[in-house]
Write a protein that binds this ligand. Structure first.
Ligand code: NAP
Ligand code: ZN
Length: 353
């Protein structure tokens, strides 16, 4: 075991602050990674503030962070596919049971015995729960470590590990969306990646936003049109016309307004994870034979496919890079939907924390 610098919160109302955490010495299957950048996902904020207490209560202290890019420092004796110096990524998962039907199908994100990157029981007993990427280093089973295309901007790659795969996977699952009319609801970390992927897949992309100030950015990011969802007239113009809608909203909202945007057999997929249950109108689904689904990140094979796709198409997140000392101010801005469009922590800053 060794100690690493990290940022942690000790309660739902405490700020994140500098701390020392234990990390295990690499087992034969492990990769030790020195972290270069870690994205700030809204899930970090939900967890730090215990907003998911009814589903997955937070164990304190918590070290969040699951959009990790770093460099391999050491590998275990049974790790053939990585070597010191390699650029790698780690997302929301650091382990699973490797044997259930979902794992066998490459759907580790659906494994009932998965280990999340933070706030999951630590199988190795190094600590009560796993500690995430707001840290100078992390030790991860090689199956959950990904190859990063080296020519991409690394700060912009970090958010691909969660925001990227979470939007890529449901669009891929929906099938060939070339020429289809696709809606992306909420222009935040996930939403702006959804726009980039939908565009790259050849879809007609419409962004729904509550922020008039994001309209120009939505078009720059690749949207064909932008709808201010608080304007009933703008909403009416698109009613009943979408093939597929990705809902990334992090807070309570009227999902029926977006279900009603779908055409016949259209699907709305929820990736946003608001604290409170959403009220769904049966009639909005019945008329039009529409469906409502959920999706969570993606499996490891698909995450590598997404990273390779981003390498080929030069896709990265639009990031505001911050030192870790500014993380609490960044959370305040994230809570107000005021980020363009993902914060990425430059982990070199932790050396002076
Ligand atoms: P984010 O950057 O805060 O973006 C969320 C966007 O939702 C905001 O930028 C805002 O967009 C819109 N929004 C926020 N509050 C709203 C409200 N009250 N009414 C309407 N729209 C509102 O968050 P994120 O990191 O993209 O994460 C989004 C959600 O996905 C979070 O709940 C997160 O936990 C969840 N998540 C799920 C997965 C998964 O695997 N399913 C993975 C990662 C994250 P506008 O300003 O454009 O309106
Ligand atoms: Zn996330």
């Amino acid at each position: 075991m060794f100690m690493a610098k990290a940022y942690s919160a000790v309660s739902a109302t405490s700020p994140l602050a500098s701390a020392q955490i234990p990390r295990r010495d690499p087992t034969p299957r492990d990769v030790r990674i020195e972290i270069l950048y870690c994205g700030i996902c809204h899930s970090d904020l939900h967890a730090v503030r215990d907003e998911w207490r009814n589903v997955m209560p937070t164990v304190y202290p918590i070290v969040p962070g699951h959009e990790i890019v770093g460099r391999v420092a050491r590998v275990g004796s049974a790790v053939p596919q990585f070597k010191p110096g390699d650029l790698v990524g780690v997302g929301c998962l650091v382990d699973s049971d490797h044997s259930c039907p979902n794992c066998r199908d490459g759907l580790e994100q659906l494994c009932p015995n998965q280990t999340l990157t933070f706030n999951s029981p630590d199988k190795h007993k190094t600590a009560p729960v796993t500690y995430g990427g707001y840290s100078e280093s992390i030790v991860v089973d090689e199956h959950f470590v990904l190859h990063v295309p080296p020519h991409l901007d690394l700060a912009g790659v970090a958010p691909l590990l969660c925001a990227g795969i979470t939007t890529y996977s449901p669009m891929r699952r929906w099938g060939d969306i070339q020429g289809k009319k696709i809606g992306v609801v909420g222009l935040g970390g996930l939403g702006h990646m959804g726009v980039k992927f939908a565009r790259a897949f050849g879809a007609q992309v419409v962004v729904f936003t509550t922020s008039p100030g994001k309209k120009a950015d939505a078009l720059r990011l690749g949207a064909d049109a932008v709808v201010l969802s608080t304007n009933p007239e703008e909403m009416r113009q698109h009613a009943g016309s979408f093939d597929f809608i990705l809902d990334t909203i992090a807070a309570d909202h009227d999902i029926n307004a977006f279900i009603n945007m779908l055409g016949r057999d259209g699907n709305i997929t929820l990736v946003g994870a608001p604290e409170k249950p959403l009220a769904v109108s049966a009639f909005a689904l019945l008329f039009g034979r529409r469906s409502l689904s959920g999706s969570i990140i993606g499996g490891l094979t698909e995450t590598q496919e997404m990273l390779d796709f981003c390498g080929t198409h030069n896709i990265t997140a639009d990031v505001e890079v911050i030192p870790i000392q500014e993380v609490n101010a960044a959370y305040e801005r994230l809570a107000k939907s005021d980020v363009k469009y993902r914060f990425a922590i430059d982990m070199a800053s932790i050396k002076s924390a």
